[in-house]
Design a protein around this ligand. Structure first.
Ligand code: SPD
Length: 287
């Protein structure tokens, strides 16, 4: 019998503010690591999935909705893409999408929790795929906030923050000091990208993050898309740069190879996703 034909009939939910967001499936493995509660599931609809502290992170048949949108607007628009910093991203999906860009020479991936990487390699091997063996990937198990504090000024062409929600170990990825360090270590012509929560389920965090990133970098805009398994299904990523909003303009020389490998992202999709900002959010960002 195919797995999809199994009558699984139990539910795994993320609870948030009076609503629950669930998948039908079974728990395959769970443990309390040094940093967080890690759960691996098998779901009926989206394959194997990962939760951290009870919050949805990713699933095999849905991860592209998230990773393509976080990575390609930044990597297609930065002036250079020699050296990249990924903070978090322990499932490997962000590194895999980055490495589709042949111009990359080195990715420093700084993940706090080695168990997330080990369990993702074991249960979700398609997420990282070949990225785990790519010599350009320099994976270190460190605190990403400390890493940005200690990195030299002008170190990276692109910085991508693929953290979890702003509770537990990811809390410090949403504050001014962290954003200021990211700006300091970003090279001229560089682009900063971060997941910036749901404009519905985490409205305040979303608005405050975009405002703060805009204040620190000078230019920052949210891009809206859908990650069906996340709270409300409506998600955002925020991109920032210093001299001008270069993230709005993907370079044709980079997009050609990338678009053909994507399920969601294309330059056309990106334009629409930046433009689909609700007027109420535009107003809130002006305040
Ligand atoms: N609630 C989900 C917040 C997004 C966290 N990042 C997902 C990790 C995927 N690499």
């Amino acid at each position: 019998m195919q797995k999809s034909e199994l009558d699984i009939n139990s539910w795994i939910d993320e609870y948030h503010n009076g609503v629950r967001y669930g998948l039908e499936g079974t728990v395959l493995f769970e443990e309390q690591s040094q940093y967080q509660h890690i759960t691996i599931i098998e779901s009926k609809r989206y394959g194997k999935g990962l939760l951290l502290d009870g919050c949805w992170m990713t699933a095999e048949k849905q991860e592209k909705h998230y990773h393509e949108c976080l990575v390609h607007p930044a990597l297609c628009s930065a002036e250079k893409i020699n050296k990249i910093l990924i903070i978090g991203g322990g499932d490997g999906g962000t590194a895999r999408e980055c490495l589709h860009h042949k111009g990359i020479k080195q990715i420093d991936m700084i993940e706090i929790d080695h168990r997330v990487v080990e369990l993702s390699k074991q249960y979700l091997p398609t997420l990282g795929g070949e990225a785990w063996n790519d010599p350009r990937l320099n994976l270190k198990f460190r605190n990403g906030i400390t890493w940005t504090q200690n990195s030299a000024t002008n170190s990276y062409d692109v910085i991508i923050v693929d953290g979890s929600d702003p509770v537990g170990p990811a809390k410090g990825l949403f504050n001014r000091v962290f954003f200021e360090n990211c700006k300091r270590i970003l090279r001229r012509g560089g682009v900063f990208a971060t997941q910036s929560e749901s404009p519905e389920a985490f409205r305040n965090i979303h608005i405050e993050s975009v405002k703060l990133i805009r204040e620190v970098f000078g230019f920052a805009d949210p891009l809206y898309g859908s990650v069906p398994m996340y709270p409300s299904g409506w998600w955002s990523w925020t991109f920032a740069s210093v001299e001008k909003p270069r993230y709005l303009h993907p370079k044709a020389s980079r997009t050609e190879n990338i678009e053909s490998q994507c399920e969601i992202w294309s330059p056309r999709w990106q334009k629409g996703a930046f433009d689909s900002i609700p007027i109420s959010i535009e107003r809130e960002l002006q305040k």
